[in-house]
Ligand binder design. Structure first.
Ligand code: AMP
Length: 305
């Protein structure tokens, strides 16, 4: 089954302890699509400015990503500038330029309105709401957000919760949105407002998936070298939703497998700048990493001698 994603398609400038990149391909929808395209067919809805180097999307198109819902508008593209210091778990946003996103009104092409899986990647929650009103009863609608939008548009995010089945966010964002310091309480607060599931990501410390009657925990893959954490969350979401769409199975057991796939995809994203590693990773490498993740948490059987 196929996935529709709406989110930012951006130019990122990133500084990590290991190097710098200027105006490289980024954005929540871009990372999501790069990741999910390994598992299923993805269509992107968003906007870029007249300055956007469209040729940089070619490798994604070659992977089958459909950009027919990506508009190009007069003006500047969305730009994000961020820095990671020693703690690679949290990005410091130095600058956010919304550019053409500040006047964007998403129009979902007719052929994309009935996509069974919809991901509202991190973007203005008013745009996420606009999209959710245009789609026809998907099997699953999930959303993400971040501190930038929680600060400025909290009421819209709360309204959005009414319309989604699942929310992904990181621990800091969950605390900020819910004003609860305890993550179990934060997840309950979110689920009380609509979603049946909440995934709270904790960077290198893994991720929790909360459902009404269960909690599942997946570790992050312990990498020897993390190069640039940008996009890990969106790559996680791409792996997770992509896996669900590819299998079409929303049982608890399969959702747990999807979380492991998300965790594996997030771990690839951080090995290089931009979507570079997500473009070279192969399906056997993804399967291998999922197997390694299983070994990581197995303690009763299959333990290597
Ligand atoms: P993450 O997966 O959370 O690391 O997301 C990284 C991506 O989010 C970057 O490529 C940015 O271009 C994008 N981004 C940063 N700030 C925003 C924002 N306020 N709205 C939408 N996308 C953003």
């Amino acid at each position: 089954m196929s996935v529709l994603v709406v989110g930012s398609v951006a130019l990122d400038s990133v500084e990590t302890p290991f190097g710098k990149a200027e105006d490289v391909l980024g954005g929540s929808a871009t990372f999501f699509a790069a990741s999910a395209s390994h598992l299923t067919k993805v269509s992107v809805v968003g906007v870029v400015g007249s300055d956007f180097p469209l040729e940089q999307l070619e490798p994604l198109k070659k992977r089958g990503v459909d950009f027919s819902g990506l508009e190009q508008a007069e003006g500047n593209s969305f730009r994000w500038r961020g820095r990671y210091r020693h703690d690679l778990n949290s990005a410091e946003t130095l600058e956010t330029q919304l550019g053409v996103f500040s006047h964007f009104s998403p129009k979902i092409p007719d052929k994309l309105r009935s996509r069974p899986f919809v991901f509202l990647a991190n973007i203005d929650p008013r745009l996420q709401l606009d999209v959710v009103r245009q789609v026809a009863k998907p099997k699953l609608v999930a959303c993400d957000t971040m501190n930038f939008w929680i600060q400025s548009r909290r009421p819209d995010i709360i309204e959005l919760l009414n319309h989604v089945d699942l929310m992904t966010l990181n621990d800091g964002e969950a605390r900020q949105l819910t004003e609860k310091s305890n993550l179990v309480q934060a997840a309950q607060w979110i689920m009380a407002r609509g979603p049946r599931h909440v995934i709270i990501k904790k960077g290198e410390h893994g991720a929790f998936m909360f459902s009404s009657n269960s909690i599942f925990f997946a570790p992050a893959f312990p990498l020897e070298n993390v190069f640039d954490p940008t996009g890990a969350g969106d790559a996680f979401a791409g792996g997770f939703i992509g896996y669900l769409a590819a299998t079409g199975d929303l049982s608890e057991a399969n959702m747990r497998r999807a979380v492991i796939c998300g965790s594996a995809m997030g771990s690839f994203a951080v090995e290089r700048f931009s979507i570079d590693r997500l473009m070279t990773v192969t399906r056997p490498e993804i399967d291998q990493r999922m197997t390694e993740m299983r070994r990581l948490v197995t303690f009763e059987e299959d333990v290597p001698a």
